[in-house]
Design a protein around this ligand. Structure first.
Ligand code: IFG
Length: 548
């Protein structure tokens, strides 16, 4: 290679080195005891380098994998990450990939719009012009000299880069340099999602998870191609998002003493929310905010008694009861409040969905509930968003243009099935399959058990398209794994309940039904475990899995 080309690569490499220190990992900042990068020598007995992954060792399972054993790619100190010329979004994906690969390899991995010939390169290119890929799919090809990810959109490049990370040896997830060969198995992968919506949910109301904890969770869920994070921002125990026109919502119900057992204080300022939205967007995760109503509103009514029918503020609640609160359906103050909240939430949310809750409105008479939804669901559309609510909203005809989140444990629900015939789309979150706050088994120290005990195999062992009578593949927008926080207090607690079950839900949302196979999934999950260990993720080592 011409000296000038080599010197250009090395110069770019040298320029990129300061970046190494610039990235403060949110997880480290979020943990009670920062999980600093432990130098190799102090990490205890060196384990033999784990076997390098096979091309099919990917979570979620790709659509099509074609190994070529003779075409192993070796990542080296001269490797360059090349991105689609003229695409800042592709460049951003390349920069993120470089940040993810530099700590363990110690390589500069410069990100350039071009790569000189014969320099080993990882290329992230657009213009795949392949309709099968849709907006999130990709083609990955690995030869001895190059790794190439092609997609129609940058989201596909990000998805492909998450696959690539899993094709490198487990040590790639070490926060400190590991001296070893960095191989990628040869061959090609064609991949794209089954469902458009693959979501996770954090309950900010029962316990306020900080921005750093939320960002750490975004990092972790995006590795499994989860592309939505639903934030449950209000409930009986707390209000967790700044609303300028109703400032006491956070001043009174976001402060000290709020949350379950009074241990969940805090709220997101608009600046923090905006920062989380931007952080998530870089990982192709769309934030979905939820304000739960007309039930689950005690915290709002503590702050604003005028939101009750008798004008008397209820006492703050720090217990875990549900179904006792209701907005005053006949009062115009209620609808001024609702519209103000929807307007401000829509203005700070680039994503298409506003979740307006709708669950467990046991203190709202049925006719009032429907009347409320008939007024409020269209309001969401007026502010340019698609209304999203728990499946009870399907009692209201206005839900025909909304998304219903199915959390029922039953396999039949005539109201939802009827709504589907009117055009309602469904996100599947059956509480006895997808609720990550359910205990794994009776011995699990955290979580609840009202819906079911959910071990990994239970979370994996269902098909969203056949789970509910009358709710078939075409009605399903996707899946979501809610994590309620009544019993959670830290990022470690979030991780213990989310992993390893979240990858199961992620695979149900991304992979073709034809690849659904417990033996394959559990083997791939077992091989993934050591990556969580290296990252310091506090996952539950389920006895159902042979951990690598
Ligand atoms: N049901 C409630 C949640 C939460 C949950 C805990 C929904 C839609 C039980 N509503 O799930 O607020 O308390 O598992």
């Amino acid at each position: 290679m011409a000296k000038s080309a080599l010197s250009r690569v090395l110069t770019a490499a040298a320029a990129s080195l300061p970046l190494l220190a610039a990235q403060a990992a949110p997880a480290a900042a979020a943990r009670a005891t920062p999980a600093a990068a432990v130098p190799i020598a102090q990490r205890g007995p060196a384990t033999a380098p784990a076997a390098s992954p096979a091309l099919s060792d990917v979570l979620p399972a790709p659509v099509q994998v074609s190994p070529d054993a003779g075409a192993t790619f070796r990542l080296g100190p001269l490797t360059v990450i090349r991105t689609q010329p003229g695409s800042p979004a592709a460049r951003a994906v390349g920069d993120q990939l470089a940040r993810d690969l530099r700590p363990a390899t110690g390589y500069p991995l410069p990100v350039l719009p071009v790569a000189a010939r014969r320099v080993p390169s990882i290329s992230l290119l657009l213009g795949a012009n392949d309709s099968r890929l849709g907006s999130e799919g990709y083609r990955l090809s690995v030869t001895r000299s190059a790794v190439t990810i092609r997609a129609n959109n940058p989201a596909g490049l990000f998805a492909g880069s998450q696959t690539l990370r899993q094709l490198l040896p487990v040590d790639i997830d070490s926060p400190a340099v590991v001296r070893r060969s960095w191989t990628v198995p040869g061959g090609s992968i064609l991949d794209y999602p089954r469902f458009a919506y693959r979501g996770a949910m954090l309950d900010e109301a029962r316990h306020f998870h900080t921005p750093d904890e939320i960002k750490a969770y975004v990092d972790e869920i995006s590795r499994f191609k989860v592309n939505h994070l639903h934030l449950h921002l209000s409930d009986d125990q707390g209000w967790r998002i700044q609303i300028d026109s109703w400032p006491k919502l956070t001043a009174v119900s976001g402060g000290a003493g709020t949350g379950v057992d009074g241990e969940g204080p805090g709220f997101l300022t608009k600046a923090q929310y905006k920062d989380i939205v931007a952080y998530a967007a870089k990982r192709y995760v769309t934030i979905v905010p939820e304000i739960d109503m007309p039930g689950h509103v005690n915290a709002a009514q503590v702050a604003y008694p005028e939101l009750t029918c008798d004008g008397v503020a209820p006492p703050p609640r720090t217990d875990t009861e549900v179904g006792y609160s209701s907005l005053c359906i006949g009062s115009e103050t209620t609808y001024r409040f609702v519209e103000d909240v929807i307007r401000e939430l829509a203005a700070m949310t680039p994503g298409p969905y506003l979740h307006i809750g709708g669950d467990e409105a046991h203190a709202t008479p049925e006719a009032d509930y429907v009347a409320f939804q008939q007024r409020v669901l269209p309001l969401v559309a007026e502010y340019g968003k698609t209304a999203y609510g728990w499946n009870e909203i399907t009692k209201a005809p206005a839900s025909a243009t909304a998304v219903a989140q199915y959390w029922d444990t039953a396999t039949t629900n005539p109201t939802v099935a009827a709504a589907v015939t009117r055009g309602t789309k469904v996100v599947m979150s059956p509480a006895n399959k997808a609720y990550l706050d359910m205990k794994y088994d009776p011995s699990t120290p955290l979580g609840l058990d009202w819906a079911a005990y959910i071990e990994v195999r239970d979370a994996y062992g269902w098909d969203p398209a056949t789970r509910v009578t009358g709710v078939g593949e075409n009605a399903i927008l996707g899946v979501e794994a809610p994590l309620w926080s009544e019993t959670l207090r830290s990022l470690d607690d979030i991780e213990f309940m989310a992993f390893p079950r979240l990858p199961a839900i992620a695979e149900l949302g991304w992979s073709p039904a034809s690849t659904h196979d417990w033996a394959s999934f559990s083997a791939r999950l077992g091989a993934y475990g050591p990556r969580w260990t290296l990252q310091g993720v506090n996952f539950y080592p389920s006895p159902q899995i042979n951990w690598g």
